[in-house]
Each structure stands twice: as C-alpha cells, then as structure tokens.
Design a protein around this ligand. Structure first.
Ligand code: NAD
Ligand code: SAH
Length: 414
C-alpha cells in the first residue's frame, strides 16, 4: 500500500508527467524497446530518487519493462505530492511526501527495501547504506544497483575501500551522458530557476559566490555570468581553481568572499563550506543556498544556535537575524535549492540521465546470475547509445570515419 499525502492530487500530477514525457524522447524510445523485450519480467525494482515528474515517468518506463516498482524520494523536501499521487495511480507503490520528518523519511526508504528488490536505483547513497546496515538478509536477493549522483559514488567507493560494499553498483553519474549534461547544464539552469522563482530578485549586477568548481559549479557559475552577475569562485583543488581563473572568474577563499557576495551557492558535496563565522561576515540580507548534497554544506545547526530570531520571509526563504544585527536569508532549509524550491533539472536533461539509468538497469537484469565487480563503470556502448539517440531526436547528424581515416587513427607508423 502506497504512503502518500493525498490521492486526490493525482490529476495535477498526471498533467506534469504527461508534459515531461513529451520532452523525453530518448526515454520514450527505450520504453518502446522495453515493452517488446520486457527485460525486468518477474523482478522487483526499488527507486529512491527525487519524487517529481521526470522520476515518475522513469518509474513507469521500468514498470513497462515488466518490473514491479517501489518508489520513494531521496530528499525529505523534494517530493511533489501531486506527482506521488499520480505515480501511485499508475500502478507503482509509492512511499513519499513533501516535508517528511527524519523518521518518516526513514520509514519510506525502508518501505521500498522491505519489498525485497532485485534492482535498486539510488540517488545519494541512502538506500544502499540502509540495505547494508539494516536489511543485510535481503542483500543475497539483489542483482545490483545504480547510483545517480557524485556524492553517492563517493560513498560507494568509501564502502568498497572498507570492504563493506556487497551489491554490484553501476556508477551512473560517471557516464559522460550524465555528468556532462545533468551536473553542468541541468544544475546550471535549475539552480537559477529555483533561486529566481523563490526570491524574485534581479541577478544582473549582483555578486554571486559559487563554492566548488566541479561539473555543477561550472554550470552554476556559467549561468550566473549569463544573467549578468559578477562571479566569484571558492575551491580547495588547485587544478579546478586554475580552471575557474582561466574561465574568467575571481577565485578566493570563502572567508574573503563572505563579505562580498549577494548570493552564495554551494555545490561541493562537502560539509561546513559556509560556517557561522562566514555568515557573520556577510552583508545584511545575503542570500545563501545549497545545490550540492543534503543539508550539510551550510552549517544550519550552527546558524540555528546563534540566530537571535528566525523570520519566514517568503515561501522557502527563512531570514535568520544574527547576533551582529544583520540577517542572512537561507533558501529551502539549506537543502538542494533546485529540487526543494523548484522542479529540478529540465525534462530534456533528465531524458539523458534516466535513459542511462534505464539501460544500466537493463544491463543488470541481463547479467543476473553472473558475478559482477562491486563498482561498475557505465559501459561505453550505453553512453554512446544514449548520445546517438539524443542526436537523432535533436535532428543533428555527424560525420563518420572513412576506412582510410580509421586506419590512419589506428596506425602508429604515420
Ligand atoms: P565534482 O566533484 O565535479 O565537484 C565538486 C567540487 O567541489 C570539486 O572541484 C571540489 O574540489 C570542490 N570542493 C570540495 N570541497 C570543497 C570546499 N570545502 N570548498 C570549496 N570547494 C570544494 O562534483 P559535482 O558533480 O559538481 O557535484 C557536486 C555536488 O552536487 C555533489 O554533492 C553532487 O552529488 C551534487 N549534485 C547535485 C545536483 C543537483 O541537482 N542539485 C546535480 C548533480 C550533482
Ligand atoms: N539525495 C541527495 C543527493 C543529491 S541529488 C540530496 O537530495 O541531497 C542530486 C541528483 O539529483 C543529481 O545527480 C541529479 O541527477 C538529480 N536530479 C536533478 N534534477 C532532477 C529531477 N528533476 N528529477 C530527478 N532527479 C533530479
């Protein structure tokens, strides 16, 4: 039985799913294949991914591949209750609602694991972590899993290094058709969509501080520049910092950036990137948000402890009055601003990410009964297949190597 907020919300959720489906042609084409080949016949698939429209469409594609699907969120604030209701009405068992308490989030994740899935699709590592800590008896039944995001893969690598990982995992985030588009262009656009719709303030002429210049940070900084902001970058990696300098951004430590910025966006996957000491240095009214991982990049506990007052300024904007009399505005409780205060990445981007997910799930189903390594890069053929289909739907043709060109490239005696 699904655990959702209100089944009556389904019509609005259905409209959202129908809309994104129109803009996800690669995944639609994979669905056509799945309907014919039914790769997941007789299998149970558990998903822990942001419960919004693109995820819902992805879940139905897996279902159309023959699976019984159990879906939960991967962030207590990113579930859209109308979408959860619509998905439940489409024959998927759903355990999620927006604004879950920690206990409810935990119960919803354990709900999908109790189904005894053979394939697990995780985003951020919570489901795999829970499986290894509390549902070890179910591990032998699991064929494998897929991990959606950068930090989830860091956690898997740490588990593997400790000899703890017992489920073969596909490293979906590290596919080129994932991080080059999702992390860069997806985060780049959806973070500004989330900030703009939440604050309704101008970005042009403002000073934007981006913490972390990885794939997400590059996207966020690039789009901030496009909106007319002056952009500052903080980093800990000398190579990424050099890249940011060459891309035309000012690089400096957070301590120096704190008094400068009007907007702050963290996208590092690290904790305590913005501390209370930094916030005490900020201008009155500075806007601070996170688009990296969970709610640890901004020290929210420290902020709660020092704040003299908390004032709800607008939906998803909490003003914290600091001991120095100035205020900082935190968006979406310090959780992913693009998903907790927006609709996440656009459909055309999730088309690629979820197509990689769908083909990796099929890869696991096709290899059931075989001994797979614990950490599996996405096969190059899957990456290529998604790019080829995407180009086809974009109506873009490319050149192909002639036989002579291929021989030239393959020879050493030039
Ligand atoms: P990445 O590894 O490419 O980049 C992270 C960057 O942050 C690195 O360059 C690293 O050197 C830097 N960094 C780490 N600690 C830092 C610190 N204390 N201060 C300054 N810089 C620091 O990773 P990515 O793919 O860009 O992902 C970043 C985070 O965003 C991850 O947690 C990932 O899971 C998450 N993510 C979020 C979304 C979203 O929709 N909001 C999308 C994709 C990824
Ligand atoms: N669950 C953790 C981990 C970060 S989520 C957390 O909530 O903090 C980051 C992932 O969200 C990205 O890798 C991206 O692929 C995914 N994402 C972004 N927009 C999305 C959308 N519209 N629907 C589903 N997933 C989305």
């Amino acid at each position: 039985m699904s655990e959702i907020r209100d089944q009556k919300l389904a019509p609005s959720g259905n409209r959202k799913i129908d809309w994104v489906q129109d803009h996800m042609p690669v995944l639609r084409s994979i669905r056509e294949d799945f309907l014919k080949t039914r790769p997941f016949e007789g299998m149970k698939v558990a998903l822990s991914v942001h419960m919004e429209a693109k995820t819902a469409y992805f879940a139905t594609v897996i279902k159309d591949g023959g699976a019984e699907v159990f879906a939960t969120g991967c962030n207590p604030l990113s579930t859209q209750d109308d979408v959860a209701a619509a998905l439940a009405s489409r024959g998927v068992e759903v355990f999620a609602w927006r604004g879950e308490t920690e206990e409810e989030y935990d119960r919803h994740l354990s709900g999908v694991l109790k189904a005894g899935p053979q394939i697990i699709v995780d985003d951020g590592g919570d489901l795999i972590n829970m499986m290894h800590s509390r549902f070890r008896d179910l591990i032998p039944g699991v064929v494998g899993g897929c991990e959606e995001t950068t930090t989830g893969i860091h956690r898997l690598k740490a588990m593997d290094a400790d000899g703890q990982l017992q489920i073969p995992m596909m490293l979906v985030n590290n596919a080129q058709c994932k991080f080059l588009f999702d992390n860069r262009y997806g985060t780049g656009q959806s973070v500004w969509d989330g900030i703009n719709r939440t604050t309704n303030l101008i970005v042009a002429g403002k000073k934007v501080v981006v913490a972390g210049y990885g794939w997400c940070g590059k996207g966020v900084a690039m789009r901030a520049k496009g909106l007319g902001a002056r952009v500052y970058v903080t980093e800990i990696d000398p190579i990424k910092a050099t890249e940011a300098v060459m891309d035309g951004f000012e690089v400096l430590p957070m301590k120096e950036a704190a008094p400068i910025g009007d907007f702050f966006v963290t996208v590092t996957g690290c904790r305590d990137v913005i501390t209370t000491e930094h916030m005490m240095e900020m201008k009155d009214g500075a806007i601070v948000c996170n688009a990296g991982h969970f709610n640890v990049e901004i020290d929210m506990e420290g902020l709660d402890a020092i704040a003299k007052e908390k004032i709800l300024r607008r939906d998803s904007i909490m003003g914290y009055v600091l001991p120095n009399g100035r205020s900082v505005n935190i968006l979406a409780e310090g959780r992913l601003v693009n998903l907790a205060a927006g609709d996440g990445h656009p459909a055309e981007i999730m088309d690629m990410s979820f197509s990689i997910q769908a083909l990796c799930a099929r890869y696991l189903a096709d290899h059931r009964g075989e001994k797979l390594p614990m950490l599996n890069p996405v096969p190059a053929e899957i990456d290529r297949e998604v790019a080829e289909r995407k180009l086809r739907f974009l109506g873009v043709s490319i050149d192909h190597l002639t036989e002579d060109q291929q021989k030239y490239i393959d020879s050493w005696n030039l």
